[in-house]
Design a protein around this ligand. Sequence first.
Ligand code: RB5
Length: 143
Amino acid sequence: MNKLFIGSDHAGFDLKEFLKSYLKDEGYEIDDIGTTSSKSCDYPDIANKMADSLTKDKENLGILICGTGLGMSMAVNRYRNIRGALLYSPEEARLAREHNNANVAVLGARTFSNKENLDFLTAFLTAKFSNEERHQQRIDKIS
Ligand code: RB5
């Protein structure tokens, strides 16, 4: 994985900018798919863009942010190749990668602080899919 796609609606815009700056400093290549300001917009438009980006670029991971993370989760998980995980603890973020091979981290900007969300994201990005057969079998059944 060498590139991270990141997107948010207006409610997640400030957290997106905060995470972008942190991740760039950490050496990640970031592809920002919008939105570009705090002006009101519709989260499904960004979730659809994320699905398109990850369909073209299967090896990479995505980050989606809205107020609660709920709308983004619902919208992005309509795509067969997407496994979006709404993150609410570092432990669950790690398991989302190790067991579920999640390829999109979804965050709630209004439900957790920037620091909490950064902790969840760090756990997500530093974990890897376990590659165990039983987990792959279950993931295959989702699609
Ligand atoms: C926007 O006000 C808010 O509804 C949106 O960011 C998100 O939380 C939806 O699930």
